[in-house]
Design a protein around this ligand. Structure first.
Ligand SMILES: Cc1cc2nc3c(=O)[nH]c(=O)nc-3n(C[C@H](O)[C@H](O)[C@H](O)COP(=O)(O)O)c2cc1C
Length: 402
């Protein structure tokens, strides 16, 4: 078991007057579930959409709505709560953020409890806007968001889709999971440091058909590759994910190319690679495939199945790249380090990630234990970490060669 990155973290949540304010309940629940401590501040407009009582109950803390809370007015606590809160926090998240509050923050207003608190903040500020499409795309809002981003604040851009008004377009609050991921990313000390980079990631297993209902697969869940794609996106990269069959979900902003077999994956990689600065080949590509898939289901009455296999294309060996850096993965059970180093050289990789399969690492689980080996033979031996954290470590090493 490893410690959750959010456990013990002190998070301030600001909620503003949006229809999406109800989603703040889901965000609070997730923070609490993962062991974070949460204190909440609402704008007066937010109370039109959600009650302080709901959020106080979920967060197990008093919720502040007024700059001069009742406990100060009756003289029980005359502290400068906004300064205390600001100094207490490891991070502040405003989600959902109205265009009104975004404008106020970008101009340094301190006219309600939330905006006052933001001006006193020393820790990172994360803003997740939500608004109807025309409000969101309003040039003044765009300018305000650009300004906040340039000042170093982290913006979790909204998604496109159906909106509460019935209109469709950009402005829907980012998915709760993506908001939590972004908060974890920032609390782990990362930022949007891969802006301008195009990153291609392959993930998951490949399925090699035996007949229309059966296939040869492997135990890869896709979790490692999906984590790399997500982290690359959250760190600002333009990401394309080529995925074999997997039940993992991915952010809508990531271009997803679904493939099934090793040959399909090879074609997709070859088509995309020259558009990318980096290829992270984390897919578990099947080494073998049936020589010929039967066109009809092979009946069990035939008594036994004689399965003849051919070698699949070795994607890493067959790609020719000029400017794209390539990271490969190795899963070895014997002579791990020397086999991985051999693969790094033979396949002309820039980095190789050696997976050490075990109970808590490798296939299907959320954690992994890897060693990152560089071209000069030096290696970074990582402890057991979540796949999200492993992805961050891999991308930090990748950044140094991009
Ligand atoms: C039903 C309804 C839904 C609203 N949803 C949003 C929204 O999603 N985003 C937004 O920026 N403003 C929205 N507004 C407008 C804000 O509530 C309004 O600008 C308010 O002044 C924001 O105050 P605050 O930023 O202090 O919370 C909505 C208003 C109404 C009546």
């Amino acid at each position: 078991m490893i410690k959750d990155q959010l456990a013990g973290k002190k998070i301030l949540l600001g909620v503003t007057g949006c229809i999406a304010a109800y989603k703040s309940c889901l965000i609070v629940r997730e923070f609490i579930k993962r062991g974070a401590e949460v204190k909440i501040v609402l704008t007066p407009s937010a109370t039109e959409f959600i009650t302080p009582l709901t959020l106080a109950t979920l967060s197990h803390n008093e919720v502040i709505v007024s700059t001069f809370p009742p406990s100060q007015k009756d003289g029980t606590n005359l502290s400068t709560w906004h300064i205390d809160y600001a100094l207490w926090a490891d991070l502040m998240l405003v989600a959902p953020a109205t265009i009104n509050t975004i404008a106020k923050i970008s101009y340094g207003f301190a006219d309600n409890a939330l905006t006052t608190l933001v001006t006193a903040l020393r820790s990172p500020l994360v803003i997740a806007p939500a608004a109807d499409v025309d409000m969101y795309n309003n040039p003044i809002n765009m300018e305000n968001l650009n300004k906040l981003e340039k000042l170093g604040h982290y913006i979790i851009y909204p998604e496109s889709g159906e909106l509460a008004s019935g209109l469709s377009g950009e402005g829907r609050l980012a998915d709760t999971n993506k908001i939590i991921d972004a908060v974890e990313l920032i609390l782990s000390g990362y930022s949007k440091d891969l802006v301008g980079k195009k990153i291609l990631v392959s993930a998951g297993p490949t399925y090699e058909d035996i007949d229309p209902v059966r296939f040869i697969g492997n135990r890869s869940s896709g979790k490692m590759g999906y984590a790399i794609a997500k982290v690359a996106y959250l760190r600002g990269a333009d990401v394309t994910l080529i995925s074999g069959p997997s039940s993992q979900s991915i952010y809508p902003e990531i271009k997803l190319i679904k493939v099934r077999s090793a040959s399909e994956m090879e074609r997709a990689v070859k088509k995309e690679i020259d558009k990318s600065h980096l290829l992270v080949m984390s897919a578990a590509v099947s080494d073998f495939r049936p020589i010929k898939a039967a066109s009809n289901k092979i009946k069990k009455e035939t008594g036994k199945m004689d399965l003849k296999l051919d070698l699949n294309p070795d994607i890493l060996s067959s790609i020719k790249t000029k400017n794209t850096k390539v990271i490969g993965f190795a899963l070895e059970t014997q002579n791990e380090l020397s086999n991985a180093k051999k693969k790094l050289k033979e396949k002309h990789l820039d980095l190789i990630v050696l997976n050490s399969p075990g109970k808590e690492s490798g296939f299907e689980v959320d954690t992994n234990k890897v060693t990152i080996i560089k071209q000069d033979g030096k290696s970074v031996n990582l402890p057991l970490l979540s796949k999200f954290q492993v992805a961050n470590k891999i991308l930090t090493e990748a950044k140094s060669i991009l």
